[in-house]
Design a protein around this ligand. Structure first.
Ligand SMILES: C[S@@+](CC[C@H](N)C(=O)[O-])C[C@H]1O[C@@H](n2cnc3c(N)ncnc32)[C@H](O)[C@@H]1O
Length: 334
């Protein structure tokens, strides 16, 4: 490699000058030996006060800027464009969505994703989220076949199996937002808690009591692990259908979290019977607006001779073109 041989005391100045003139070769590392430094250069054709020599230099480690750079030899630019480079990282696992026309290249895409993200496993989405327990089919396309991982979120550790339970890292901001709005000593019910990301983040940051319910026994198994992992003592977990479980619950919750966006509206009547006066319902649904959810909340409240005041509405994340996972915070009074 062509390099400028510079006395050590001049190394820094010469390096700066070469860089300014864009003459330094940034793909190699500067080497020092005895009283000299060797600065790699792009071209020997320039005036220089020092000797230009040929030496062996170590190449710089270059990290690819994005997945497209890693795949440029395997996919056409059109295919790279087709590939949704957005993926979810859950602990050591990456979940990618690969368009149908690129499925035959899934191994290459998986390998590139693994290399780029430096995680342990890459799974490809094989279906939409489906069924009562809201999970999706996945296929391992690179790395270790181990669907169990620990995800870190807002100072908590959440253990889960990506094949057995619902979990979305894209709700992290929403969970923090709800946690920040919780008041001292609240008695909270999470009707559809999954592995317990809402309860865990809330209980870690607030002095509250939480009842967390889910129909998926695997979700409750991981919630129980997460309670231990995060050394929490204020969450009570219950496995079962909230309609059945609610028969044995108190009817004075200061906050009810309803994150089952495709079906939560069906449980609003029940939530209205469980909420305390001045309690807050954190209601979620898929919609292109807030009007439908607000109407549903008002209708359910009216049935119980209660009133709702809408405190806040937000788009949590996009769910499909034109549709949003929306959040509505409603205060219930009676
Ligand atoms: C969209 S996931 C949300 C999980 C969790 N709140 C989170 O943010 O990760 C909805 C959860 O509701 C649970 N579920 C569905 N129907 C239920 C029911 N009738 N009673 C209790 N849980 C239910 C599912 O098993 C699933 O874990």
């Amino acid at each position: 490699m062509k390099s400028v041989k510079v006395p050590l005391k001049e190394l820094n100045n010469t390096r700066k000058k070469l860089m300014e003139k864009q003459l330094m070769n940034m793909d190699y590392k500067i080497k020092t030996q005895d009283d000299y430094g060797f600065i790699p250069i792009n071209t020997p054709d320039f005036k220089c006060d020092y000797e230009i020599v040929d030496v062996e230099l170590e190449a710089m480690k270059r990290y690819p800027k994005n997945i497209s750079e890693l795949l440029k030899d395997d996919l056409t630019s059109k295919e790279i464009e087709d590939l949704k480079t957005s993926f979810d990282i859950i602990g050591d696992i990456v979940i990618v969505e690969i368009p149908e026309n690129l499925e035959e290249k899934k191994s290459k895409i998986g390998k590139a994703t693994l290399e780029f993200t430096k995680r342990k496993s890459v799974y490809m989405k094989k279906s939409a989220i489906h069924g009562t327990i809201r999970i999706r089919d996945l296929e391992l396309i690179a790395g270790e076949n181990n669907p169990v991982t620990i995800h870190k979120e807002h100072g908590t550790r959440l253990k889960l199996n990506v094949e057995e339970v619902y979990f979305s890292p894209r709700l992290a901001t929403e969970r923090k937002r709800v946690s920040d709005s919780v008041k001292e000593n609240e008695n909270i019910l999470d009707m559809f808690c999954g592995i317990g990301p809402f309860p865990t983040v809330i209980a870690k940051n607030n002095n509250v009591k939480i009842t967390a319910v889910d129909i998926n026994e695997n979700a409750i198994k991981y919630l129980n692990e997460n309670i231990r992992l995060n050394k929490l003592h204020n969450i009570k977990s219950i496995c079962g259908d909230i309609r059945e479980v609610s028969k044995n619950l108190n009817k004075n919750y200061d906050r009810i979290i309803m994150n089952l966006p495709g079906l939560a509206y069906d449980f609003l009547d029940l939530a209205m019977t469980l909420i305390a006066n001045n309690g807050i319902i954190n209601y979620y649904e898929f919609s292109d607006s807030y009007g439908q959810g607000i109407e549903r909340l008002q209708k359910a409240a009216k049935k119980e001779n209660k009133k709702v005041e809408i405190l806040n509405t937000r788009k949590v994340k996009s769910s499909s073109p034109g549709m949003w996972h929306v959040a509505i915070d409603a205060k219930v009074t009676f």
